[in-house]
Design a protein around this ligand. Structure first.
Ligand SMILES: Cc1cc2nc3c(=O)[nH]c(=O)nc-3n(C[C@H](O)[C@H](O)[C@H](O)COP(=O)(O)O)c2cc1C
Length: 509
C-alpha cells in the first residue's frame, strides 16, 4: 500500500469526534479581532478580470448533477471559464452585519469561512495564455502565478492519469488550515473534504452544462502539486484535482525543475494558531512518488452488493421529461442554507428524486465504477407523505429505502445534529456513514480524504437537487458516536461522516 499508516487516519478521526461532553467542555471562543481574511490575495500580481456577463446555458440542474458529459465540444474561453468558476466558488451574495460583511459563495461552506482556494493549469485556450492561474474569487479575476503550460507536471504528479493527460485545464483545490480552524480547530481537516466537495458538486454540474467531461482526482504526489503552486504547506495544502475537458494532444513535458516563486500574499490574520493534528494527518495520507500514486489508484474500491435487511420501498423519482426546468445556474444562485425548516412534509416523489439524482455517480479516481460510493446513506424521516416516520437505510444498488425502525425521531434527530433545531424541524435528515476500516485497508489513510470529499460532493448535489425542487437544505454537524449507535445494529462498525437536512424552508426558498 502506498500510504500504509492506517492508524494515523483513525487517530485523527477519533481525536476530532464531537460528543455531548466534548462540545460542552471545549473552552474555544471566536476571537473576532483576529478573524481570518476569507480570500487569498497576491498583492503584487496583476489581476486579469473575468467577464461578469453570463449567458443562460439553461441545462436543468437535476440533469447536470446526475451525469457526466461524454463529449467535449468547445475549447474553454475566458467567458466559459468565468461561468465555470463563478458558479462553483464565486461570491453570489453579500450580507452586512454590525461587525462587517459576509461574502457568501456559490457553494455551502462550514461557518461561511471559505478555506478552499481554486487554481488551474491550462494549455493555450481560446483567449488565455497557457499558465498556472489563481482564481481571485473576491475580485472576480485571475492572477497568473506561472507563464507556460504546466499540465505536464500534473500528469507526472498523478502517475500519468489519462483524464489529466488529455484535459484542457486542470483545476487544483487547496485547503487553508487557519481560515477554517479559527472556528473549528482541528476538525477543519474534515471540513476540507466537505467544503471542497460542495464546490466540486457545482463544478461537476457546470462542466456538464458546458459539455466538458470532468473527473475528480484524490491521488497525486502531494509535494509536487504543492511545489507547483508554491504553497507554504504549514498553512495551505492541495486537496483535490479535477480534469476539465478532453483533447487528443498530450501536453508538452514539464520543465526539468519547477522553480520556487516566493510570491507575497496578504496575511490572513494578525496571528495564526497551529493545530498539529491536521498536519500529521495530512503527512500520513500523502503520496510520495508517481509510482505510489499509480499503486494507490489501482486499489480503487470494488463495491460489494449491499445485503437487503428489510422490505424495500422503491424510490419513485420524477422521470427525465417531468423534471423542473430550473437551470444549474438559476439553482446555484438561489441556493442558500435553510436557517429554519417548516415542520411540513415533503412528498415521497420529491425525496426519491433528490436521492436518485444525487447518487447516480461521482467521476473520481477512487471509484472504479460510475455509481459506486464509499459512503452509505442513512435517513431519519420526520415528515414525508406516504412514508412512515422512522430510521431508514438507503440501498443504493436496489434504489430503495429499507426501514430500520419506525417511530417519531424528531427529538433524536435534533440531538444527533449537535442539539440544533434544524434537524429536528426538517422533513428528512440524511446521515452519511462509512466503513473506515475497509476504506483504510484499501486506500491507506488517504482514504480519509476520499471519504470526506465524496460526502461533500454528494452533499453538494443534495443541496442542488433540493433547490431545483424549490425545497430547502442545510449541511449540519453531529455527535459522531451517537449517530452510529442510533443506526445500529445496521451501522455497527461504521463511522459518521456527514449530515444534510432536507425539507421545506419556513420562508419560501
Ligand atoms: C458541511 C456543512 C456543515 C454545516 N453545518 C452547519 C451546522 O451545523 N449548523 C448550521 O446552522 N449551519 C451549518 N452549515 C451551513 C453553513 O453555515 C452555510 O453553508 C454557510 O453559512 C454559508 O451559507 P450558505 O450555505 O447559505 O451560502 C453547514 C454547511 C456545510 C457545507
Amino acid at each position: 500500500m502506498a500510504n500504509p499508516d492506517i492508524q494515523a487516519g483513525f487517530n485523527y478521526h477519533n481525536a476530532t469526534k464531537h460528543s455531548y461532553r466534548s462540545v460542552r467542555t471545549n473552552t474555544h471562543f471566536l476571537d473576532w479581532a483576529n478573524q481570518p481574511l476569507p480570500f487569498k490575495i497576491y498583492p503584487r500580481l496583476d489581476l486579469i478580470p473575468l467577464p461578469r456577463e453570463f449567458r443562460e446555458i439553461g441545462v436543468p440542474a437535476l440533469s447536470t448533477i446526475a451525469h457526466v458529459a461524454q463529449r467535449d465540444i468547445s475549447i474553454p474561453s475566458l467567458q466559459t471559464l468565468s461561468e465555470l468558476l463563478y458558479f462553483s466558488a464565486g461570491v453570489t451574495r453579500r450580507r452586512t452585519f454590525p461587525g462587517g460583511e459576509i461574502y457568501f459563495r456559490a457553494a455551502a461552506c462550514t461557518g461561511a469561512l471559505y478555506e478552499i482556494e481554486l487554481y488551474f493549469a491550462c494549455g493555450p485556450l481560446a483567449d488565455l495564455e497557457p499558465g498556472l492561474y489563481h482564481y481571485a474569487a473576491g475580485e472576480f479575476g485571475l492572477r497568473r502565478l506561472r507563464a507556460g503550460d504546466f499540465r505536464g507536471a500534473l500528469v507526472e504528479a498523478t502517475g500519468g492519469e489519462s483524464s489529466i493527460a488529455h484535459a484542457h485545464l486542470i483545476v487544483i483545490c487547496t485547503g487553508t488550515y487557519w481560515r477554517n480552524a479559527w472556528k473549528y480547530q482541528a476538525r477543519t481537516y474534515r471540513h476540507f473534504g466537505w467544503d471542497n466537495g460542495t464546490i466540486l458538486a457545482n463544478l461537476l454540474a457546470m462542466s456538464n452544462a458546458l459539455e466538458w467531461p470532468a473527473k475528480v482526482m484524490c491521488g497525486f504526489v502531494d509535494s509536487d502539486v504543492n511545489r507547483l503552486l508554491d504553497l507554504d504547506t504549514e498553512r495551505e495544502v492541495a486537496f483535490s484535482l479535477v480534469s476539465i475537458g478532453r483533447v487528443e494532444d498530450l501536453p508538452s513535458a514539464p520543465p526539468a525543475e519547477i522553480l520556487l516563486l516566493r510570491l507575497e500574499t496578504v496575511p490572513l490574520s494578525k496571528r495564526e494558531v497551529d493545530y498539529p493534528a491536521m498536519r500529521i494527518m495530512h503527512a500520513a495520507s500523502s503520496l510520495l512518488t508517481p509510482e505510489d500514486v499509480a499503486l494507490w489508484r489501482g486499489s480503487t474500491l470494488v463495491v460489494s452488493p449491499v445485503r437487503a435487511v428489510g422490505e424495500l420501498l422503491h424510490l419513485k423519482p420524477l422521470g427525465d421529461t417531468a423534471l423542473p426546468p430550473d437551470s444549474t445556474e438559476q439553482v446555484i444562485l438561489c441556493r442558500g442554507s435553510t436557517r429554519r425548516f417548516a415542520r411540513e412534509p415533503i412528498s415521497f416523489v420529491e425525496l426519491s428524486t433528490i436521492l436518485d439524482r444525487s447518487t447516480r455517480g461521482v467521476p473520481a479516481d477512487f471509484l472504479n465504477l460510475f455509481g459506486a460510493q464509499v459512503n452509505d446513506l442513512y435517513l431519519i424521516v420526520n415528515a414525508v407523505e406516504g412514508l412512515p416516520s422512522g430510521a431508514y437505510f438507503f440501498n443504493r444498488e436496489r434504489r430503495g429505502l429499507e426501514l430500520l425502525k419506525e417511530g417519531d425521531f424528531r427529538r433524536e434527530a435534533g440531538y444527533l445534529g449537535l442539539d440544533q433545531e434544524l434537524p429536528a424541524d426538517t422533513s428528512v435528515a440524511v446521515f452519511f456513514l462509512a466503513d473506515l476500516d475497509t476504506i483504510f485497508q484499501r486506500f491507506g489513510s488517504r482514504g480519509y480524504r476520499a471519504v470526506q470529499l465524496e460526502a461533500g460532493i454528494i452533499g453538494g448535489k443534495l443541496y442542488l437537487a433540493a433547490y431545483a425542487l424549490h425545497l430547502g437544505t442545510s449541511g449540519l454537524t453531529f455527535y459522531d458516536d451517537d449517530v452510529v449507535t442510533f443506526f445500529s445494529p445496521h451501522a455497527e462498525g461504521k463511522s459518521a461522516v456527514f449530515l444534510v437536512a432536507l425539507g421545506k424552508s419556513a420562508k419560501r426558498t
